[in-house]
Design a protein around this ligand. Structure first.
Ligand code: BG6
Length: 523
């Protein structure tokens, strides 16, 4: 089945006005962790893209703070080197890049010492003079152990104090806590200094266009929502399969594991977007309230509905890969899971009885993040006297990445005198309709912080609801070491037990594959 291609210009015209850009006010952005990877690979490239899209204010400055002793010139040079490696601004005299680097200032400082914050106060006062603005966005691109201390120090130095003329916002990266009690403690700590509307807890999955599109798909179209419930949907599968291993992050991953790393944050965000009730508006709190309600309705996941796995050696995308236990800084008898599959139940009127199966893992056969919504099967009676044995179910697949798009599979009669039914699909691929835009995935998130739109950020209660849903499972797994690790080969689709989790309900996972089967149907 073919799709009709609309040119990007026409698609832009049908965008509702409300979704078009607002210009941010003059701002100084303070980046803690200025020398770190996140700043270099994501935050600064995203700022560069925002500048190219005319989404930065004219009066804008960046103060980078980090432990390392280096000059502003050295910091700018290291960022320029990274931009060249990423082939973004390949010439250091690129006019947009020079505009940005001229506005960068580096300040060495210990994140835990009050002197750092009094020094910062002086620099911000100078910026205020120059930029005639006291709006400040503090970006904590630092290890989780610094989130609390930096926020406290900002508070002690009076830097979080807002006024009519000046806002102060704080962006906090993942991970937000490592379990329910640490997330609650961190919320309590930062809420002593900041009010909830000053806090922007990032989940980078919400920076993905395809994730943001879920709400548009559901609520800007009339055809899906009437079917979006237990009367019509059999079950939902959410998959985030990765081909990479832990990429030198052994110490982090050993303490974290696949469940903490991916589920209460990224996968639950996808789940919330798919499962939430319609909000009364696109206002940040209206949307976040509905997402939080959905997470609060998850039955605590019990161990019998959860499978964990760890990869052994194998071949991923043609490359030999050693087992997780042989990664640097990983214990030879590590019990950390690199794969998790869960069956979730949601306790509300819309979803009672509809299982949500979630899975994520490292070193799997292909990289793909997708959501498959499987509809209930049509009644068989009409085809009783034909050779058709089994009607395939309709599946709506939302391809989050790569090959971003969406497809609906359905049955069609194969031309000929016999009744033969084939599975076919309607397919929408982003690249067929829209011009690709340069992105590292952080542009929308940073822009939203600048304009004060918190829709894509986690509230305290959202984060806590997510941790609460997996609390018992984390606890059980911590007390019961796995005795079958490694239990899947690198390059496979995960442990056999994950297949059994669905097989016992008479269901099966959709295949993990990067080249979507429906591609073949496209001319
Ligand atoms: C991060 C996890 O939050 O998300 C990583 O810590 C994971 O382990 C990554 O690889 C996945 O994000 P993306 O955007 O590459 O799918």
């Amino acid at each position: 089945m073919r799709t009709v291609t609309t040119p990007a210009s026409k698609a832009a015209k049908i965008l509702p006005k409300v979704l078009r850009g607002r210009q941010p006010q003059p701002t100084t952005m303070v980046i803690f962790g200025a020398g770190g990877d996140l700043t270099k690979r994501l935050v600064v490239p995203a700022l560069f893209h925002l500048l190219q899209a005319s989404k930065l204010p004219d009066r804008f400055a960046i103060i980078g703070v980090d432990h390392n002793d280096q000059t502003t010139e050295q910091w700018r040079r290291s960022l320029t080197d990274m931009m060249q490696t990423l082939t973004l601004a390949t010439r250091s005299d690129d006019p947009a890049w020079s505009w940005l680097t001229r506005r960068m200032l580096y300040m060495p400082g210990d994140f835990t010492q009050p002197e750092t914050f009094s020094h910062l106060q002086k620099l911000l006062a100078e910026q205020r003079e120059q930029n005639k603005s006291a709006n400040v966005l503090f970006y904590l691109a630092v290890g989780e152990r610094f989130f609390g201390p930096i926020t406290e120090q900002l508070g002690h130095a009076g830097l979080t104090q807002q006024s009519e003329a000046a806002w102060r916002r704080v962006v906090i990266e993942k991970p937000f806590g490592h379990d329910l009690s640490s997330a609650e403690a961190l919320n309590t700590q930062i809420l002593q200094v900041l009010s909830e509307n000053q806090i922007y807890r990032i989940d980078h999955f919400l920076g993905k266009e395809t994730v943001q599109n879920i709400l548009v798909l559901r609520f800007a179209n009339g055809i899906f929502e009437p079917l979006w419930n237990r009367d019509h949907i059999d079950h939902v599968q959410i998959t985030a399969a990765e081909t990479i291993g832990v990429e030198g992050r052994g110490p982090f991953y050993e303490r974290t594991g696949a469940l903490r790393d991916m589920v209460p944050n990224h996968l639950f965000q996808l789940l919330a977007m798919i499962g939430m009730e319609p909000p009364i508006s696109f206002d940040a709190d209206a949307v976040r309230a509905k997402k939080t309600e959905l997470l609060q309705a998850i039955h605590p996941v019990s161990p019998e509905n959860a499978i964990r796995g760890q990869y052994g050696s194998g071949v991923v995308l043609g490359q030999k890969v050693q087992g997780y236990r042989h990664e640097p800084n990983v214990a030879l008898d590590s019990g950390t899971e690199t794969y998790v599959a869960l069956k979730l139940g949601i306790d509300n009127w819309r979803w009672a009885g509809v299982p949500f199966y979630l899975r994520t893992g490292k070193c799997l056969s292909a990289r793909t993040t997708e959501i498959a919504v499987q509809f209930r099967q049509a009644p068989y009676s009409l085809f009783r006297d034909t050779p058709v044995e089994r009607l395939p179910a309709n599946i709506l697949t939302l391809r989050i990445q790569p090959d971003e798009g969406l497809s609906v599979s359905f049955s069609a009669k194969r031309p000929g005198s016999e009744i033969e039914i084939d599975g076919v699909a309607m397919d929408f691929a982003y690249r067929d309709y829209f011009e690709p835009i340069a992105t590292v995935g952080y542009e929308t998130l940073i822009y939203d912080c600048l304009i004060g739109d918190a829709t894509l950020f986690q509230r305290a209660d959202t984060v806590e609801a997510a941790w609460r849903a997996v609390h018992d499972l984390l606890d059980f797994w911590a007390r019961n070491r796995p005795d079958d690790f490694p239990n899947y080969a690198a390059g496979s689709d995960g442990p056999d037990a994950a297949g059994q989790l669905l097989a016992r309900d008479g269901r099966a996972w959709v295949a993990i594959r990067a080249d979507h089967p429906h591609k073949a149907l496209r001319p």
